[in-house]
Design a protein around this ligand. Structure first.
Ligand code: SF4
Ligand code: SF4
Ligand SMILES: [Zn+2]
Length: 280
C-alpha cells in the first residue's frame, strides 16, 4: 500500500492511496471520523446563567467547541487510575466568567492546562445584554466520534475513486465536452481533446463530457470515456483543529492495525494456532 500526499497542512490534506479495496478505504474513512480520540467538554457546572439561553443549550454549545488535544498527555476516563472520578490525567478543566453586554466567545473558556485551549478563539457562544452573566466550570474528557459527534476530529473526510479518462480516435476536437465539464478538466489540443495536465484528480466522474460527446452527433459511442481505477482512491481530510490532520491519519491507520491484530489473535485462539495459518 502506498500513500502519496498532494498537499498537507495543519488542518487539511489530500492524498492518494492504493492499491486497496473499497472495504479498506471505507474502514479508513470511518476510523478517522469515529475512532480517533479527542478532547471535548462533557461536564459543565453552571454557577450563574442569566443569558437568554437555557442551561442545557449553553452546555450543549460549550460541548461542541473543538479543544486542542495532546493525546500523549491524557487517557480515557474509563482507563484512568482514578477509576473515572476525574483527575488531571483524564480530564481538562476550564472556567468561564463573562458579564454583558457583549458576545461570549470560545476564547473566554480559560483552560487550567495551557495546552488544551479551544482550537479557535472566535466561536460565538451566546450574546449577553447589560448585566447578564455566565459563570461556569467545564471538564473535557477524551472520547471518540462514534460516541458523539463532538469528539469527531474531522469536519470533512471522504474519498473517491481515482479517475481514468480515455479519448478515442473518433474525437474530432469539437470541444463540446470541454464546455460541458464543470471542473475544467479538459482542453482542446489541435484536432483532439486532452486532459489538462495536473487536473485529472479534479474529475468528479459526473459523465457530462460523455453525454456532450454523444450530443455532438458522433454516433452511438462517445469518443471520450470516463471510468476509474478500482484500487486507487483520492482522500480529502479536514480537521476541526483539535488534532493536526497528520495525527488523525496516523491514529486512524493505527486503529485498523490494532483491530486486525486483535481479530487475528482471536482467530488463533479459536483455531488453536497463531491466526497466520493459510486456509486450505
Ligand atoms: S466526468 Fe465530469 S468532471 Fe470528469 S472530465 Fe467529464 S465532465 Fe469533467
Ligand atoms: S465532444 Fe467528443 S468529439 Fe468533441 S472534443 Fe469532446 S471527445 Fe472529442
Ligand atoms: Zn483520572
Amino acid at each position: 500500500m502506498e500513500i502519496i500526499f498532494n498537499r498537507i497542512d495543519e488542518n487539511s490534506c489530500r492524498f492518494q492511496i492504493g492499491p486497496v479495496n473499497t472495504a479498506f478505504a471505507n474502514s479508513f474513512r470511518r476510523a478517522m471520523i469515529g475512532e480517533v480520540p479527542t478532547l471535548a467538554i462533557e461536564d459543565v457546572r453552571i454557577y450563574d446563567n442569566t443569558s437568554a439561553l437555557f442551561d442545557e443549550m449553553l452546555a450543549h454549545r460549550i460541548g461542541l467547541i473543538p479543544i486542542r488535544t495532546d493525546l500523549s498527555s491524557y487517557v480515557r476516563r474509563e482507563e484512568c487510575s482514578c477509576n473515572g472520578e476525574g483527575c488531571p490525567v483524564c480530564r481538562a478543566t476550564f472556567t468561564m466568567s463573562v458579564e454583558g453586554p457583549g458576545m461570549v466567545y470560545s476564547r473566554d473558556l480559560i483552560p487550567e492546562d495551557p495546552a488544551t485551549t479551544p482550537a479557535y478563539d472566535n466561536i460565538p457562544i451566546v450574546k449577553l445584554t447589560k448585566d447578564q452573566k455566565v459563570v461556569v466550570e467545564a471538564h473535557a474528557i477524551l472520547s471518540t466520534g462514534k460516541i458523539h459527534a463532538k469528539w469527531q476530529p474531522t469536519t470533512a473526510c471522504g474519498y473517491k475513486n481515482y479517475p481514468l479518462i480515455t479519448i478515442g480516435e473518433a474525437c474530432d476536437g469539437c470541444g463540446q465536452c470541454v464546455e460541458e465539464c464543470p471542473r475544467m478538466v479538459l482542453e482542446v489540443d489541435g484536432a483532439r481533446v486532452k486532459v489538462v495536465p495536473g487536473r485529472i484528480e479534479e474529475c468528479s466522474l459526473c459523465g457530462l463530457c460523455e453525454k456532450a460527446c454523444l450530443g455532438s452527433g458522433i454516433g452511438e459511442e462517445p469518443a471520450i470515456n470516463v471510468s476509474f481505477e478500482k484500487k486507487r482512491y483520492i482522500f480529502v481530510v479536514e480537521g476541526d483543529g483539535s488534532l493536526p490532520v497528520k495525527e488523525i491519519i496516523v491514529h486512524g491507520l493505527q486503529f485498523i492495525k490494532d483491530q486486525s491484530e486483535e481479530l487475528k489473535e482471536k482467530i488463533g485462539e479459536i483455531s488453536g494456532g497463531t491466526g497466520d495459518e493459510k486456509q486450505e
